[in-house]
Structures are given as C-alpha cells and as structure tokens.
Design a protein around this ligand. Structure first.
Ligand SMILES: [Cu+2]
Length: 113
C-alpha cells in the first residue's frame, strides 16, 4: 500500500514537470489584418506533433503544403498552394504534445489589399 501511494505521488509530480506544449505565437497573428502571407506558422513552446492542419477561406478548405511531416517540432509551418485573396481565413490544427496529450487550437486572420 505504501509503495502504491509513493508511485502515485511520483506520477503526479512527473505530469507537472512535463506540461504539454502550447502554441506561443502564430503568424499571421490571431485577429490580424494584413497582406497575403507567404507562409503560415505556429510556434510552440515545446515540440508538437501536428497531426491535422486546415486553412479555411470563404469558399472552404484551401490546399497547403506542410514544411514538416509528423515529427514533433517547435516551429510548424505551411505554404498556401495559391496566393490568398482578400478575405477572412481560419486555421484549425490538432496535435499530440510530447507528454502524450492531444491538443488543438484555432486562430483567424484577414487578408486585405
Ligand atoms: Cu499535457
């Protein structure tokens, strides 16, 4: 019984020590308005395995090319296959933190001439 309690205490300490990664900065910034971005980036404070990324515009999903595969990275980026026209866009992503927690997030930006 004593061994079990010690094991649980250690597990709790470990989960606090290795908190999951969070998105630290996005480019374009959430809520920003600007010229069409050549790349869309998410910087994470710890490596993230990004398992899904969607860019949605007024006519639906937009094709993008990922700069990285399924390896965990702190700097994730994609390139839109075609230049983005003036409109509002939403990014949705899902990922797996290095502590094994599934993560997801979204942000939006507007392209204006
Ligand atoms: Cu976590």
């Amino acid at each position: 019984m004593k061994t079990a309690i010690l094991t649980i205490a250690f597990a709790l300490t470990a989960s606090f020590a290795f908190a999951h990664a969070k998105p630290a900065t996005m480019t374009p910034a959430d809520g920003s308005t600007g010229t069409a971005p050549a790349i869309i980036e998410i910087h994470f404070d710890d490596p993230m395995r990004v398992t899904a990324f969607t860019l949605t515009g007024p006519d639906g999903d937009i094709a993008v090319t990922r700069a990285v595969g399924m390896e965990p990275v702190t700097d994730f980026s994609v390139t839109p296959d075609d230049a983005l026209s003036s409109a509002a866009y939403t990014v949705d992503w899902r990922g797996m933190s290095t502590d094994g927690h599934p993560m997801q997030g979204s942000f939006g930006f507007t392209v204006a001439d």
